[in-house]
Design a protein around this ligand. Structure first.
Ligand SMILES: [Zn+2]
Length: 131
């Protein structure tokens, strides 16, 4: 899994915008123009997710590119949002606290930086709910 690539390719990560099919009621993330269930009968609208869900599975990442080296190790999880869509995201808590099934919510954090250009990337990550 190459981490930085999908972060950069998905501007919708900034505010968790996805798609909702008014025909079948399913939610998708990131944005899709066509519902894979309904095809031409689907009516898609943009939808802003609440940003709450639970951890389906996760891995602890120990290696990353240089620009992310201050972040390792960290937990990279597949989160199932309460609406049903799934996404891959970083969990900001200590990796040892992360567990399958735990509740999480979205937070806006620094993703990384481009040292040469002095650019800092921000976007959505997830944090464990307080127990
Ligand atoms: Zn549909």
């Amino acid at each position: 899994m190459t981490v930085p690539r999908f972060w950069r390719e998905q501007p919708s990560r900034y505010n968790l915008i996805g798609s909702h099919c008014k025909t079948c009621g399913k939610y998708y993330y990131p944005i899709r123009n066509l519902c894979p269930e309904c095809r031409r009968d689907g009516e898609m609208e943009q939808y802003k997710f609440k940003g709450t869900g639970k951890i389906v599975t996760y891995t602890i990442t120990h290696t990353t590119s240089d620009e992310f080296s201050d972040l390792v190790p960290y937990a990279l999880a597949i989160v199932e949002l309460d609406e049903g869509a799934k996404l891959t995201t970083q969990i900001v808590d200590e990796p040892e606290k992360v567990a399958t099934g735990k509740r999480v919510h979205s937070v806006f954090r620094k993703l990384g930086s481009d040292g040469d250009a002095g650019i800092i990337y921000y976007g959505t990550k997830f944090e464990l709910d307080k127990e």
